[in-house]
Design a protein around this ligand. Structure first.
Ligand code: GYE
Length: 325
């Protein structure tokens, strides 16, 4: 039956107003609805339990759904990660989940996927917002509020030390969004606190042994430090070893606060060596694939799919360690 002119017009108007149409108008690659997908996951590195928990969560959700999973590990190199994404493009995967190691070097990978017509969802770290944007260059960013994580760590520390501390900060990977934002959230909070001062701040690249080495050097230069703020638990655990090597008691002489919620961190809290850790939840699988489904269905996907984070300290660490990674 031929359609009336009016219903054709209504259809056209509805299509123009639909989120799919607006995504396409922005040049975003569409994703066709299918029973099963072949997705890429470009991981940054696998040298810490957080990364391993994230990969496990992604892989097991793909398996549960029957989607094929093309996995790469950039082994802590942004250049390799760009090459990994290019190889996924060459393999024509349906969609790429990318955990961009650093904000700027991964922009070309996002743009190459867009040009090739393959949608990208960013996981756990952002790319430079001045160069690439959600809803235009990639679907969305799924991840935590890192500024708030830094603020929560500062707020807890402020209470634990009664507003007075000489703080050593161990930063994450230079140029990565969690390192930039965890630094900012913490600094903004203590700016208004005259007794809270960062005496030294250096990158330990989110790695346990780097954290230990950097903490060792900074403790040597600042033997009067009374607190350590690490951007992740692996570096905090390294810093605890550095303190013990110097004969300083973590948790008594020096207060340690961190971010992630790994099993070793919860154990350190139970042992009284770490004060608290703000959760950064690595279990992305269900949310990542649900977001893929929503995009394929033509739904409007918000520009930031927020991951909510808990808080671990001596009040709940023993109770929650069973579920930790
Ligand atoms: O805190 C850290 C990991 O990007 C949120 O990266 C992630 C961070 C996490 O290597 O342990």
């Amino acid at each position: 039956m031929p359609m009336s002119r009016r219903s054709l017009l209504t259809l056209a108007a509805a299509a123009a107003a639909s989120p799919l149409a607006s995504a396409l108008a922005q040049g975003m690659p569409p994703l066709q609805r299918k029973a099963n997908y072949r997705v890429g996951f470009a991981q940054t590195e696998s040298n810490n339990p957080w990364r391993i928990a994230q990969t496990d969560s992604m892989r097991s959700e793909a398996q549960r759904r029957g989607d094929a999973f093309v996995y790469t590990d950039a082994a802590a190199s942004a250049a390799k990660q760009v090459a990994d994404v290019n190889s996924m493009i060459a393999q024509r995967v349906d969609l790429i989940f990318l955990a961009p190691r650093e904000e700027r070097p991964l922009v070309p990978a996002v743009m190459a996927a867009k040009r090739a017509g393959i949608p990208v969802i960013l996981l756990d770290r952002r790319v430079d917002g001045a160069q690439a944007q959600p809803g235009r260059d990639y679907v969305t960013f799924i991840g935590s509020d890192f500024i708030d994580q830094g603020r929560r760590a500062a707020e807890w520390l402020d209470g634990a030390v009664n507003g007075s501390a000489r703080i050593i900060e161990l930063q994450g990977t230079t140029g990565s969004s969690p390192a930039n934002d965890r630094r900012k959230g913490f600094a903004d909070y203590i700016a208004a606190k005259s007794g809270m001062r960062i005496v030294a701040s250096q990158s330990g690249d989110f790695v346990r042994d780097r954290g230990r080495q950097v903490a060792e050097a900074l403790l040597q230069a600042h033997p009067d430090a009374t607190a350590i703020y690490a951007h992740n638990d692996e570096m905090a655990v390294g810093a605890i070893a550095a303190l013990e090597a110097r004969g300083r008691r973590p948790g008594q002489d020096v207060t340690v606060v961190s971010i992630d919620g790994t099993r070793s961190a919860l154990q350190a809290i139970i042992d009284g060596k770490m004060g608290a850790t703000v959760e950064s939840n690595p279990r992305f699988g269900p949310k990542a694939f649900e977001t893929l489904d929503r995009y394929a269905a033509g739904e409007t996907v918000e520009h930031w799919v927020k991951v909510p984070d808990r808080f671990f300290d001596r009040n709940n660490a023993a109770q929650l360690i069973g579920d930790a990674y």
